[in-house]
Design a protein around this ligand. Structure first.
Ligand code: OGA
Ligand code: NI
Length: 358
């Protein structure tokens, strides 16, 4: 397939970046879309203490904390989480194995390539995001995807033995994030007036895949001309992002179209809602548009955990959130089809959610 379409297999950016003074034209963003300087946040993104939220109806949850959660999501579609039960030393180890993976020799990383037979793209594995057209503007980033849940879907041959603690740390992180996500989804349902299990039931965690995406943004000689990751919203229900503790780059757009830097706050996790929550909440919660910019001096890494739904389930606004005053804003779509659409639209720089908007 790709033999006569070599553009489908772009280079590994880490290798490319080591040898160029100027990004090749395929990476250069059209002038009108270039990442201009972002603005500092007018006020800090609320930091939510997860240990003060409660999942069950035991009444221990703090109203203040729920109020913070609501305000963060309404303003930004994301919040910073503390009280997540992970020690700073564990998070430091997670950062270390992420960097460690990208510091492995290229031949080692290529053992986990996301190209089947060297040419057929698949999501899982190491390499680039999918290229769907010759004119696509490419992102200045390499990535390594693994399905971490359900356990039955882990492709063990892709889990690297190096760095030595990579797999153990990822397994532990996956288990911790699952607790966090269950707690947050229960609270999101509550704040929308739905029953606590609403999103979890829809998600059907026994069938739904969770993807871990380790991203690597090499240093870029012209950060003003390229994107680390072009503007997008996540197709997930919810995403947990662990960002580089020294180099910033993540930016979020507000309703007025202004871009803001998401600050680095040590030992916090960034949690954003995805398109599936925007659709199910009938637009009451918005899936934030965000992007990543690159850095002239330093490379940057991150780890995003994308929680998706059972691909066989349909996704649509909760009937409880549709009425005459607030008519239905999104159509219905099979989750599996939506996820396929996500990878296409990500490549094209459009948004999958626009295809279901009424
Ligand atoms: C993503 C993403 C943010 C980051 O992978 O979808 O938005 O900081 N990542 O790398
Ligand atoms: Ni994203």
């Amino acid at each position: 397939m790709a033999d006569d379409q070599p553009w489908k297999i772009p280079p590994i950016v880490q290798e490319l970046a080591a040898g160029v003074q100027t990004p090749p034209s395929r990476y250069v963003v059209r002038e009108e879309n270039r990442p201009d300087a972002a603005v500092a946040m007018p006020e800090p993104i609320p930091i939510v203490d997860l240990s003060r939220l409660s999942a069950a109806s035991d009444g221990h949850g703090s109203d203040d904390e729920i109020a913070k959660l609501r305000s963060a999501l309404q303003s930004w579609g994301l919040f910073l989480a503390v009280g997540h039960g992970m020690e700073p030393s564990f998070l430091a180890e997670l950062m270390e194995v992420t960097r460690g993976f990208y510091n492995l020799p290229m031949e080692e990383k290529q053992k986990y390539s996301n190209l089947v037979n060297g040419k057929e793209f698949r999501v899982e594995g190491y390499g680039n995001d999918m290229v769907v057209s010759e004119n696509q503007t490419l992102d200045w980033c390499d990535r390594f995807y693994l399905i971490v849940e359900p356990e039955s879907r882990r492709v063990h041959s892709l889990w690297p033995p190096q760095p030595p603690s990579f797999c153990d740390v990822l397994r532990e992180y996956t288990a911790k994030c699952r607790e966090i996500v269950n707690l947050v989804l229960a609270n999101l349902a509550k704040l929308l007036g739905l029953h606590e299990g609403y999103f979890l039931d829809k998600m059907a965690p026994e069938e739904a895949a969770t993807y871990a995406r380790f991203s690597y943004y090499p240093r870029c000689p012209k950060p003003d001309q390229v994107y680390g990751l072009k503007p997008h919203s996540d197709g997930s229900i919810i995403t947990v992002v662990f960002v580089d503790d020294t180099v910033s780059g993540l930016q979020v757009r507000d309703d007025a179209g202004v871009w803001y830097d998401v600050p680095i706050v040590p030992n916090t996790l960034i949690i954003n809602v995805g398109d599936a929550i925007e659709i199910m909440s009938n637009g009451l919660l918005k899936s934030p548009v965000h992007r990543v910019v690159t850095n002239f001096e330093r490379e940057r890494v991150s780890l995003a955990m994308f929680y998706t739904m059972d691909p066989e389930k349909e996704i649509e606004p909760a009937p409880e959130l549709v009425d005459e005053e607030r008519p239905r804003r999104y159509g219905k779509m099979k989750t599996g089809d939506y996820i396929a659409e996500i990878f296409e639209t990500l490549a094209r720089g459009t948004r999958a959610i626009d295809t279901v908007k009424i």
